[in-house]
Design a protein around this ligand. Structure first.
Ligand code: ADP
Ligand code: MG
Length: 214
């Protein structure tokens, strides 16, 4: 039997591969043209490491493996940032055998806070946080309203997509794009875009695969 957590991460990796050029093109405009390359390198290494786990590996083990692999294989800023997000989520998942709404909210919150602390950034600085933080808030609001988890993920994706649009309207004050100052205006942030792609892949995966299989 396939491990549902591994399958979900693989779906995210496939989405990064499909969007490799898109992400790299976005980074070419305001960075160093490697974001797609970084994400694909990271998630290809992740696929290899996950393949070596026992089939019964729990969520915490899967998330920790993703984290350590992204941190050790991705050279760019995004590797340690996404790696920290997965590591913090892994800590929350420790000892949990199923993901209910409250756990999912805690996982998501820990991941976003991890990125904020690691990157010393806040919302409005034209980074992945401009997609992820509103996505988290929309997700948590959905769970608070007792909506089914796939619907909450859908709300998170819509918020992340709006976050991407918002990054076009602001100047970068963190990361490589900040070197451009005002010239970063009008451009879409690559990291916010990969964050949306990640959430969208997870959402599509959950919709393909009924929750009771998890
Ligand atoms: N301090 C930070 N906090 C949050 N996200 C950041 C920070 N610095 C950069 N990023 C994100 O990382 C993305 C760039 O990733 P990538 O191109 O892989 O790394 P690098 O900038 O080192 O080449 C940016 O688009 C931005 O979203
Ligand atoms: Mg880059």
């Amino acid at each position: 039997m396939t491990n549902v957590y591994v399958a979900a991460i693989e779906a995210i990796g496939e989405a990064m591969i499909r969007n490799k050029e898109y992400l790299t093109d976005l980074d070419a405009a305001i960075g160093d043209a490697d974001h797609g390359i970084n994400m694909v390198r990271g998630f290809e290494a992740v696929r290899g490491k996950l393949g070596a786990l026992p089939p019964e590996a729990d969520l915490a083990t899967v998330l920790k493996t993703v984290a350590m692999t992204l941190i050790s294989t991705v050279g760019g800023a995004s590797g340690p940032l996404y790696g920290t997000a997965f590591l913090r989520a892994a800590a929350v998942a420790q000892g949990k055998s199923a993901v209910d709404g409250a756990t999912a909210v805690s996982l998501f919150m820990a991941a976003v806070n991890g990125i904020k602390e690691r990157g010393k950034a806040t919302r409005g600085e034209k980074t992945m946080l401009d997609a992820l933080e509103p996505a988290y808030e929309a997700f948590a609001a959905g769970v608070g309203d007792n909506k089914p988890l796939p619907d909450c993920l859908e709300l998170a994706c819509a918020a992340a997509e709006r976050g991407i649009e918002y990054t076009k309207t602001i100047v970068a004050t963190k990361g490589r794009a900040s070197y451009l100052g005002e010239r970063s205006l009008g451009h879409q942030d690559p990291g916010a875009t990969s964050s949306y792609i990640l959430l969208k892949a997870l959402n599509d995966f959950c919709r393909r695969r009924p929750a009771e299989e998890a």
